[in-house]
Write a protein that binds this ligand. Structure first.
Ligand SMILES: Cc1cc2nc3c(=O)[nH]c(=O)nc-3n(C[C@H](O)[C@H](O)[C@H](O)COP(=O)(O)O)c2cc1C
Length: 186
């Protein structure tokens, strides 16, 4: 696929076949994250790759009340928990860039996955403390996001369809609403 077509066609996937991920594909995805840019190239990110189906199922039903909305991850063959050590990133203008570093890396993984026919879905809805405890993640490490990775089922289930309607997922703001030139005119 042309790179722009990868970006434009990517959609969050919430209905997974349980077909295991090709290991070569998984390695390609992980490499895409590892090669991301980061604050002073400090690479504060850390990734927990979960390929134990029982553990994924356990997280699907034990990541807090808010995590219940992401029960759909239970069928995915892989769950990647994107973590960061904030002390290893940097601060500018009062902003800690660990979130940015880790988000870029995870997004590079997701786009690479899509190009390989593998779906993913950014997830912020989980109880961080509960997931940290399940995975023995130390206190100083933050979980930035999680995403399942797997081959999409041909048909999205009703829940996936509902979320897309609820979030108006197919819509993007027009350029003139988000971009200006030379000075702020928005
Ligand atoms: C920071 C962030 C958090 C998100 N959290 C969740 C989530 O917890 N559960 C979920 O199903 N989708 C989640 N999404 C996915 C968005 O709903 C989705 O990206 C958006 O509706 C656009 O749809 P698309 O990804 O199919 O283009 C999240 C996306 C982002 C960027």
């Amino acid at each position: 696929m042309e790179f722009i077509d990868v970006i434009k066609s990517r959609k969050s996937v919430r209905t997974y076949s349980d077909k295991p991920l090709d290991d070569i594909h998984l390695q390609t995805i992980l490499e895409a994250g590892r090669n991301a840019p980061s604050f002073q190239n400090r690479q504060c990110w850390r990734f927990v790759v979960i390929n134990d189906k029982n553990k994924i199922k356990y997280i699907a039903s034990n990541s807090g009340i808010v995590g219940k909305i992401n029960f759909f991850i239970k069928n995915a063959p892989i769950l990647i928990v994107a973590c960061a050590n904030p002390a290893q990133s940097g601060n500018m203008n009062g902003q800690n860039y660990y979130l940015v570093d880790t988000a870029i890396a995870l997004q590079q993984m997701m786009l690479t996955a899509w190009n390989l026919g593998i779906g993913s879905c950014w997830m912020a809805a989980f109880n961080e403390e509960k997931v940290k405890s399940i995975l023995s993640i130390p206190p100083k490490i933050r979980i930035v996001a999680m995403s399942p990775f797997g081959y999409p089922k041909e048909k999205e289930n009703i829940y996936g369809k509902m979320i897309k309607v609820f979030a108006a997922s197919d819509k993007r703001k027009k350029q003139d609403k988000i971009i200006c030139y030379n000075e702020w005119t928005l």
